[in-house]
Design a protein around this ligand. Structure first.
Ligand code: NDP
Ligand code: 2IT
Length: 454
């Protein structure tokens, strides 16, 4: 690593102590950008990197609410407004007990590059809370969302900052957040994306991240003259991103044999077909149940509970597959998992989640020369379709399913092309990490220079 990179990483460490995930995300990007700084030293003079790692604004606030027993509960709310060089801040909200500044800063940092890759005019942001929606009643979730928005509303707006969903934030939460925003501002605007279809949402937004990831994977396979037809696939997670990845893989002739949640995973040798996926969607989105219940209904499947004593996830070890779609959370594939995946002769890893692979794991995939797509490229279909929702809201239009899906496909193709072209240009053929990081960086960096010292 160059002296310059080492200095930057040291500064990030010193100024952001204990922010391990943020440091991980910056380190990975730094490694990719070294070739850019060698070739174009003016980015160094302008201190673009030093600026890009410093959020434009961090908002942190108290969220008090009453639970159903009338007890006072307090959570912490956040919004990281990371970079607005190419458009209003844009990115999801995560509600999960693990949420902290480090996790949201890594997500906001990744979002800047991802949004740039989509070709749409969106800056990067992320927010959320350590609130845990699991086990809460709808009324508790609503009271929490209303209290969260009472502070957040003054910081966001359709031309300023447009939040959306992420882990723990789906249609229900976006509804409560939108309702409260509208009441506070007396304004019906596209301030959030992922809205319900009846009140300004876009068709295909729920499907977009999972579908987009599979479109991206198909583009990667096409470079080898292959398709998903007949391929066996492992998917982790069973939330929004995982569900629609499974749907699209099946539509394209692939067979998905695993899905998971934070308690364990199911293995279904016969494959999770449309009917079985319908059961999972109902279980997860309506009943808010656990993936284990799949085996009560489908006796041919096996459930494996998480074993915290293991330093690897058996989902990635126990089953032969051609393609892997991690779609749960960060660092769900560690070095050992990556070794296991490679031992199983997997041809393709396409990330639905954000930063699901540790740096050691990523390096193993790159060294092995398999088709490996980092989340900031392959999962960009979600935010891209959020961008399409914003366009429809501003124009007071509703595009058809086909129109939005078509645009999503075109965007995923274009991101793939950018990754391929940029990696070739910098002499790293086939390295989608380099392609995505540099491809995302250049547009933001040049815009920052154009706009003066901001
Ligand atoms: P959901 O909340 O719908 O689903 C999350 C899934 O991941 C659940 O199955 C959940 O299990 C599991 N999970 C969450 N945290 C953990 C954990 N710490 N350990 C093990 N499993 C976990 O979220 P999404 O599907 O929206 O998000 C999944 C990933 O995709 C995230 O990394 C997110 O940042 C990323 N992403 C999402 C986009 C979107 O549009 N929604 C866009 C781009 C990326 P359980 O129910 O037990 O918690
Ligand atoms: O990580 C992500 O890209 C998202 N959670 C979606 C963000 C968005 O604004 O749609």
């Amino acid at each position: 690593m160059s002296e310059y990179s080492k200095e930057i990483i040291q500064t990030v460490k010193e100024k952001n102590q204990n922010e391990v995930e943020f440091l991980q995300a910056v380190t990975e990007v730094m490694e990719s950008l070294e070739v850019v700084f060698d070739k174009y030293p003016h980015y160094k003079t302008h201190k673009i990197l030093e600026r890009i790692i410093e959020p434009e604004r961090v908002i942190m606030f108290r969220v008090p609410w009453f639970d159903d027993q009338g007890n006072v509960q307090i959570n912490r709310g956040f919004r990281i407004e990371m970079n607005s060089a190419i458009g209003p801040y844009k990115g999801g909200l995560r509600f999960h007990p693990s949420v902290n500044l480090s996790i949201l800063k890594f997500l906001a940092f990744e979002q800047v590059f991802k949004n740039s890759l989509t070709t749409l005019p969106m800056g990067g942001g992320k927010g959320g809370s350590d609130f845990d929606p699991k086990g809460k009643s709808d009324n508790e979730v609503m009271r929490f969302c209303q209290s969260f928005m009472i502070e957040l509303f003054r910081h966001i707006g359709p031309n300023t900052d447009v939040p959306a969903g992420d882990i723990g934030v789906g249609g229900r939460e976006i509804g409560y957040l939108f309702g409260q925003y509208k009441r506070l501002k007396n304004e019906f605007t596209g301030v959030l994306t992922g809205k319900g279809l009846n009140w300004g949402g876009s068709l295909i937004r729920p499907e977009a991240t999972g579908y987009g990831n599979v479109y991206f994977a198909s583009e990667m396979l096409a470079t080898k003259g292959e398709t998903l037809e007949g391929k066996t696939c492992l998917v982790s997670g069973s939330g929004n991103v995982a569900q629609y990845a499974v749907e699209k893989i099946s539509q394209l002739g692939g067979k998905v044999i695993t899905m998971s949640d934070s308690n364990g995973y199911i293995y279904d040798e016969k494959g999770i077909n449309a009917e079985k996926l319908g059961f999972i969607m109902d279980l997860k989105n309506k009943k808010r149940g656990r993936i284990k219940e799949y085996t009560d209904k489908y006796k041919e499947a096996i459930y494996f509970p998480i074993d915290t004593k293991l330093n690897y996830n058996p989902l990635w070890k126990n089953h032969k597959a051609d393609c892997v779609f991690p779609s749960a959370t960060q660092n769900e594939i560690n070095e050992t998992d990556a070794k296991n995946i490679l031992t199983n002769k997997v041809k393709l890893v396409s990330e639905g989640a954000n930063m699901p692979t540790t740096i050691d794991g990523v390096n193993l995939f790159l060294d092995a020369g398999i088709l490996y797509a980092p989340g900031k490229a392959s999962n960009a279909g979600g935010v891209a379709t959020s961008g399409l929702e914003m366009s429809q809201n501003s124009g007071r239009l509703s595009w058809t399913r086909e129109e939005v899906d078509n645009r999503l496909r075109i965007i995923m193709k274009s991101i793939h092309k950018t990754c391929v072209n940029v990696s070739n240009q910098f002499g790293k053929k086939g390295n989608y990490v380099i392609g995505a990081n540099i491809g995302g960086f250049l547009k933001v960096a040049d815009s920052m220079i154009d706009q003066g010292l901001v």
